[in-house]
Design a binder for this molecule. Structure first.
Ligand code: SIN
Ligand code: FE2
Length: 213
């Protein structure tokens, strides 16, 4: 799908020493990614996890790959099986690992092989508050975050919650990569503005690839 307003291919914006946006990097993979999200979510449905505090999360989530991120009253953690099906999370669909490794390499992280992919679904109005990804054993390996569908404003902050955060516009096909010295930065997503994306309709899908072990 051609996106008139996307930045040209090959353009990169540095956010910090080891963090960048690879504009449009996922566009050649989009058909495979969307087919994959469809397959994964037909088996392991999108659901709203409950936080340890007892609130349903606004973002709907599912996972694929060896490990999946879950939350319930007992806390946040990675598990090998979907608690809804009792079966292992669906395997990485075709194209997922290839994209994650290629994006990591382009951002300066050679030979990166993630073992988890969280799939986030945002409806208009949905936000994700500032947080650090800290449920992984590996706090250095990069996070590869792929944006599909409606645009978003990504917040990329510092190492304390109150640090000033950059506001980074992300569109369909953009990939953000952060790792190394920047791996533990706070980040989040402002409420998604209403809109209709030609390929995805009224939603934003984000794929977050991580290395847990
Ligand atoms: C996340 O931090 O898990 C998701 C970020 C995003 O949706 O862009
Ligand atoms: Fe995150």
């Amino acid at each position: 799908m051609n996106d008139l307003f996307a930045a040209p291919h090959g353009l990169r914006t540095d956010l910090a020493k080891q963090a960048c946006v690879l504009h449009g990097f996922a566009l050649p993979f989009v058909d495979a990614l969307l087919a994959g999200v469809g397959c994964v979510s037909a088996t392991s449905l999108f659901r709203h996890f409950v936080t340890p505090g007892g609130h349903a999360m606004q973002v709907a989530m599912t996972n694929c790959g060896p490990l999946g991120w879950v939350s319930d009253r007992r806390g946040y953690r990675y598990v090998e099986c979907d608690p809804l099906t009792g079966a292992p999370w669906p395997a990485f669909p075709d194209g997922f690992l290839a994209l994650a490794s290629a994006a990591a390499a382009e951002a300066g992280f050679a030979d990166h092989v993630p073992d988890a992919c969280l799939i986030n679904r945002y409806a208009p109005g949905t936000r994700l508050s500032l947080h650090q990804d800290r449920d992984e054993d590996d706090h250095v390996a990069p996070i590869v975050s792929v944006s599909l569908g409606l645009p978003a404003t990504f917040l990329f902050g510092g190492f304390a919650r109150g640090d000033k955060a950059l506001r980074v516009p992300l569109v369909h096909g953009d990939v953000v990569v952060w790792g190394g010295v920047d791996r533990m930065r706070f980040h989040g997503v402002l409420p998604i503005a209403p809109g209709l994306h030609p390929a995805l309709g009224e939603q934003r899908i984000n794929l977050t690839f991580r290395k847990v072990h």
